[in-house]
Design a binder for this molecule. Structure first.
Ligand code: C5P
Length: 284
């Protein structure tokens, strides 16, 4: 077995936003073919993890989140053991901040952070590119978090191409009380009604500073939860320059500044990236 180097790690587990999201079609395996530019942002959970010599133990500050095998964190530890053949077990505490059913990839990020931490704690020295391949078995957007933090993602969302987009942009993420289920929104999507926009040229635009924020899943999400339509309109009226849904919703990320209607949760965030060999930090 590989030598143990670290005994305890405390890591940020960031949210993501989809700067743009195109749905290109439905696949024979039931998933949708995507082309999306994803960005890690400074809204983070905190994961504390250490090796133990008994069995995996997960605790969470949010009592509404299950801490059994259905949690993607424990799917990640189990996948790590299966892939490496190691017997290591872990004690993990998850300090939850990222809202769920929000399209912000919180659970996926927790899984990716766990995989990266297991690799570090056991000194297994699996390259991030291999961890990303494994991550795709947990969920379509888990692999993204093993990228440098900005990536053009295709396939189910698991095929990563790291890109450099130079932002000075801050975003306000705004979330209504109601959440949305990803399978439900994909199920509602009318692919034939989508505009046939070329994702590669939109990506090129982003790299050149021409930020065309949009999301093909937005119409289905607004249809499923009509209050989102009013919310989006109100946020525009209140001053925000752009108001775009992240993932399958229900949160919006906004640029510019504006008044946030009473009762809505909001988070001021900025893009974050990570350096090779390091995990994410929130420092701008
Ligand atoms: O991969 P993940 O488990 O996160 O996906 C959750 C659900 O979202 C899938 O079961 C599927 O209904 C939908 N989905 C999809 N196409 C994708 C990603 C997710 O239809 N590219």
């Amino acid at each position: 077995m590989a030598a143990t180097v670290n005994t305890l790690l405390t890591l940020k587990s960031p949210a993501k936003i989809n700067l743009f999201l195109r749905v290109l079609g439905k696949r024979s395996d039931g998933y949708h073919e995507l082309a999306t530019l994803m960005q890690a942002v400074s809204l983070c959970d905190t994961l504390t993890i250490q090796l133990n010599d008994s069995c995996d133990k997960l605790s969470c500050t949010d009592s509404t989140i299950p801490t059994d095998d259905s949690n993607l964190v424990l799917k990640a530890t189990s996948l790590f053991r299966n892939k490496t053949g190691l017997k290591s077990t872990f004690s993990i505490n998850l300090e939850k901040v990222i809202p769920h059913q929000a399209g912000l990839g919180g659970g996926s990020s927790n899984a990716a952070t766990t995989l990266w931490a297991c690799n570090k704690l056991t000194n297994a020295q699996i390259p991030d590119s291999v961890l990303a391949e494994w991550a795709a078995e947990i969920g379509s957007d888990v692999a993204f978090f093993l990228s440098p933090g900005t990536a053009y993602c295709t396939g189910r969302g698991e095929i990563l191409k790291p890109v450099k987009v130079n932002y000075s942009t801050n975003f306000t993420i705004i979330k209504p009380k109601e959440g949305l289920s990803t399978p439900k929104i994909f199920g509602k999507l009318q692919i034939s009604s989508l505009q046939h926009r070329d994702p590669e040229s939109i990506l090129k635009g982003f790299c050149e500073g021409n930020y065309d924020y949009f999301n093909d899943l937005e119409t289905a999400a607004l249809d499923e939860l009509p209050l989102l339509k009013d919310m989006k309109q109100q946020l525009h009226l209140n001053g925000f320059t752009s108001v775009t849904m992240s993932g399958s919703g229900s949160s919006f990320f906004c640029t510019g500044s504006g008044i946030i209607p009473n009762g809505l949760k909001y988070y001021n965030v900025f893009p974050i990236v990570r350096k090779p060999g390091n995990w994410y930090t929130e420092v701008k």
